[in-house]
Write a protein that binds this ligand. Structure first.
Ligand code: NAD
Length: 396
């Protein structure tokens, strides 16, 4: 099977789906690999790094790659190219597989376009969040990079040290950081802020994360209100109005103390809850920084402007939605690895045990097996049909 990637056309995107490391792994599994020249240049993977990979082919333009490959690996869902006036799906051919983020709930037109074109779409955002598919869970990879980067962005707008110190030139208190939501992104943010020397506290509606927060050396804040936020499958559920009110009282008080707030609170399939309201900015010190990681899904902070950095009452509010793309090299490495595990997952072994004792997994045995719950959940378009939302497992 031929697999490939093109340069992402999404504005400002730095990620590349196939890094040199991913390319080597794919080749070793028996795939033929084709990439567009310059596809990795925004994530610090120059063509020179790909050139000496034996068996890899670099093609001059995207159209050639689309034509050549059976499987296209991408980060963003196929989109319209302003420069060429063509949609990426128009470059795809019938039977071709495209693995990328899709966000099917927000992209119904794209699903239709892909089904009309007869392509198969494997949505990386639809990987079921079960133990056996963790290796291909790109949402977690991107959340981890994003959580780390949120702290780095906050630090770059915060004009003081994170680490408290006594020096010849004076005594500096440590920065105090509040992290709201301690899922994958929140835990990454806690780890990064702690390592920079800040005093970190965190809050989550799921009491189960208390131990994880504390194991990273942060304080777990609690409200005097009995309500477990753990929903189906271990994910967050929508909390009662009374709980949200109690939570916001806690944050309002915290605003008097903290210098930096990073919000990551999300509920699968719903808009993000609004948790830091405008009136709370009266309590925040001038020069404080708020990073709203939920900016893309409605925002946790009332004043957030999606994609923008604003000042409100002397506080810098970051509504960035491209945090993982601001670390293109790291994100590409993690995403590329997730994609390689996907390609490994679809090398379907249908050999009877007596046929081969220890069968070698190679691209020769490539097959989309819909009895495989991971493939079944991810495949949102196939054979001219839109499979989503029927393919969606119960708890994602
Ligand atoms: P997420 O991005 O959907 O949400 C982030 C966090 O916000 C969650 O921890 C949630 O509890 C919290 N939250 C929601 N409403 C809130 C509120 N009102 N106030 C404060 N916090 C609120 O979550 P995520 O990081 O994608 O994943 C959550 C959990 O799912 C992880 O901690 C992990 O246990 C599990 N998970 C499992 C797998 C797997 O098994 N493959 C993969 C990823 C995540």
């Amino acid at each position: 099977k031929k697999v490939g990637c093109v340069k992402e056309i999404h504005e400002g995107e730095t990620l590349v789906a196939i890094t040199p490391q991913t390319a080597r792994k794919l080749l070793k599994s028996g795939y033929e690999v084709f990439i567009e020249a310059g596809c990795g240049e925004n994530s610090m993977f120059s063509d020179d790094q790909y050139k000496n990979i034996q068996g890899l082919t670099i093609l001059e333009d995207a159209e050639q790659v689309w034509k050549e490959v059976d499987i296209m690996l991408k980060y963003h869902a196929p989109e319209f190219n302003e420069l060429t006036g063509e949609h990426e799906v128009d470059l795809a051919h019938e039977g071709q597989i495209i693995a990328s983020f899709v966000w099917p709930a927000q992209n119904e037109d794209l699903l239709k376009k892909m089904s009309d074109a007869g392509v198969t779409s494997l949505a990386m955002d639809c990987v079921p969040r079960i133990s056996r598919s963790q290796k291909l869970d790109a949402r977690s990879s991107m959340a981890k990079v994003g959580g780390y980067r949120a702290v780095i962005e906050a630090a770059s707008h915060f004009e003081r040290f994170f680490l408290g110190e006594v020096t010849a030139a004076g005594k500096y208190p440590p920065a105090k950081v509040l992290i709201i939501g301690a899922g994958v992104a929140g835990l990454a943010a806690i780890g990064c802020a702690k390592n920079l020397g800040a005093v970190v506290r965190a809050f989550d509606t799921r009491p189960v994360v208390k131990e994880q927060v504390e194991s990273l050396g942060a304080e777990f804040l609690e409200v005097k209100f009995e309500e477990d936020g753990t929903g189906q499958g271990g994910y967050a559920k929508t909390m009662s109005k009374e709980f949200i009110a109690a939570e916001m009282d806690l944050f309002n008080e915290q605003c008097k103390e903290v210098d930096i707030i990073i919000t990551t609170a999300m509920i699968p399939g719903r808009p993000a809850p609004k948790l830091i309201l405008e009136y709370m900015f009266d309590n925040l010190k001038e020069g404080s920084v708020v990073v709203d990681m939920a900016a893309g899904t409605g925002g946790n902070v009332e004043v957030t402007q999606k994609g923008k950095i604003i000042k409100h009452k002397g506080v810098t509010v970051l509504g960035l939605t491209d945090l993982s793309s601001r670390m293109g090299s790291q994100s590409s490495q993690m995403y590329g690895t997730n994609l390689w595990y996907l390609m490994d997952e679809v090398i379907n072994m249908k050999l009877a045990p007596e046929e081969v004792e220890k069968p070698k997994r190679t691209a020769e045995y490539f097959d989309l097996d819909f009895d495989n719950e991971v493939i079944d959940a991810m495949c949102v378009v196939h054979d001219g049909k839109i499979r989503w939302p029927d393919c969606r497992p119960k708890f994602v």
